[in-house]
Design a protein around this ligand. Structure first.
Ligand code: EPU
Length: 422
């Protein structure tokens, strides 16, 4: 087991390059299952969730070629699958494994996927995925902890999602591209990662219109080819570095990434006193001397992303004033709060709401990461705390941030990875 050890109090400065987006790369790799020929992907981040996805694709019988040199793509060839099942051992480590279901059901008429249980941030059911597949003609039943779905040929349907669901939209979109007739997805997720997947599928020969709006119209086609695709930069990683610059009073130049995808975060960072400007080489974020408190409520895109809530809370712990943070997407996504309290933060949780009273200083402490974004939040807190902070259970971090400690070290942070002795 490893931990991150850091000494706080060093303002960040320098440049950072953002990796490919985890939450795009995962559905894109599953999308390759739909092609009759190989798909080639550039800018796939090196992450544990990517390895899990590639292992799952290989267990189905797909051929995966990993790059051996810089700039080489990942190649996925999935013409002849031997198995149509996502087993418990893989799904339990990565919920996004449920994204095999849409492609397998559409192309092979069958899928067996371990039903994901609850996780550290909430119950996270997949009922909306399953309801949509049923509307498209699939027979679904749950046995032995597995969802079994079958349909000779899916047909188009008008699907209205009761709740905006990102992977639900992606899964059903992947099923609809090979269904007979037209599928309309209403109250669909508008996240940039959904657009990235729609772009790949359209390159493969699908007919999807409306990605990025709340209504997707999909005309099913007989078959899809492979395609070559470059994963978009990770907006959550980018936002994490923007918050880091703001909270440490640093100045960071972000070399790539898309500020237009981070409008809600940009507004909040300007409210706390950060300066954000576009320069020739990229985007510069400069932190104020003292961050000011501001309130926020998480919402589906283009609202304030739940995936920034933990990091923003870490910043609010040292702000001037009090902040009210409302989490509307997941019912249990405040596990980082108690760890921040161990570092001296003043946070009270009442249901969906956290009230954070800014304190003058955090003090370094050993803390435990409960999920991916909580890990990032604890690292941010450690960057400004007095003394040493140790973040434990960093396997969460490695699921979704590529070499984050190296990137922070390049920016001047005193941070390293170490083995846990016992
Ligand atoms: N929901 C249902 N039923 C469903 C599907 C979702 O009730 O069938 C509920 C969920 O329980 C949740 C809400 O709808 O309360 C939204 O969940 P959503 O399905 O949108 O989440 P997800 O697709 O499982 C993705 C990201 C998450 C990100 C959320 C919200 C991927 C692989 N994961 O999850 O990313 O927080 O959207 O934006 O794209 C992360 O990267 O750290 C992460 C957790």
């Amino acid at each position: 087991m490893q931990k991150i050890v850091m000494e706080g109090g060093h303002p960040l400065s320098g440049e950072v390059t953002i990796s490919g987006a985890k939450n795009s790369a995962l559905p894109l790799l599953f999308g390759a299952l739909l092609g009759e020929t190989a798909c080639h992907f550039h800018n796939i981040p090196k992450l544990r969730d990517i390895n899990t996805t590639l292992a799952l694709l290989e267990s189905l019988g797909a051929t995966v070629e990993r790059p051996t040199k810089k700039n080489q793509p990942y190649t996925i060839e999935a013409q002849r699958l031997k198995h149509l099942e996502a087993p418990y051992d893989l799904v339990k480590t990565m919920r996004a494994s449920v994204l095999v279901m849409g492609p397998l059901l559409a192309k092979y008429g069958k899928a067996r996927v371990s039903l994901p249980g609850g996780c550290a941030i909430g119950a996270r059911p997949i009922n909306l995925h399953l309801k949509a597949f049923e509307q498209m003609g699939a027979k679904i039943h749950i046995e032995g902890g597995y969802v079994e779905a079958e349909a000779k040929k899916l047909h188009g349907a008008r699907v209205h999602f009761d709740t905006v669901t990102v992977t639900g939209t992606e899964n059903v979109m992947m099923a609809a591209v090979l269904a007979k007739g037209e599928t309309i997805l209403e109250n669909a997720a508008r996240e940039p990662e959904v657009i990235d997947l729609a772009n790949l599928l359209n390159k493969m020969g699908a007919h999807i219109v409306g990605a990025g709006t709340d209504t997707l119209t999909i005309q099913g086609v007989e078959s899809l080819n492979g395609a070559t695709h470059t994963v978009i930069p990770d907006r959550i990683e980018m936002g994490t570095f923007m918050i880091a610059a703001a909270m440490t009073g640093g100045s960071i130049l972000i070399r790539n990434g898309e500020l237009s995808l981070l409008e809600a975060l940009r507004v909040k960072l300007e409210e706390v006193g950060a300066k954000i400007k576009i320069e020739e080489k990229g985007l510069r974020v400069e932190g104020p001397k003292h961050v000011q408190a501001t309130d926020l409520t998480t919402a589906p895109f283009p609202g304030f992303a739940t995936d920034f809530q933990a990091q923003f809370m870490a910043m609010m712990t040292i702000a001037h004033g009090s902040s009210v943070i409302v989490e509307t997407i997941f019912e249990n996504r405040f596990m980082h709060a108690q760890e921040l309290v161990r570092m001296g933060a003043d946070i009270k949780i009442e249901g969906k709401t956290a009230i954070v009273k800014g304190v003058k200083k955090l003090s370094g402490a050993p803390v435990m990461a409960s999920d991916l974004r909580a890990s990032a939040a604890l690292i941010l807190a450690g960057l400004v705390a007095d003394g040493l902070t140790e973040v434990h259970r960093i396997y969460h971090l490695d699921r979704g941030y590529e070499e984050i400690e190296k990137k922070f070290r390049k920016l001047g942070a005193r941070i390293k990875r170490a083995q846990v002795k016992y």
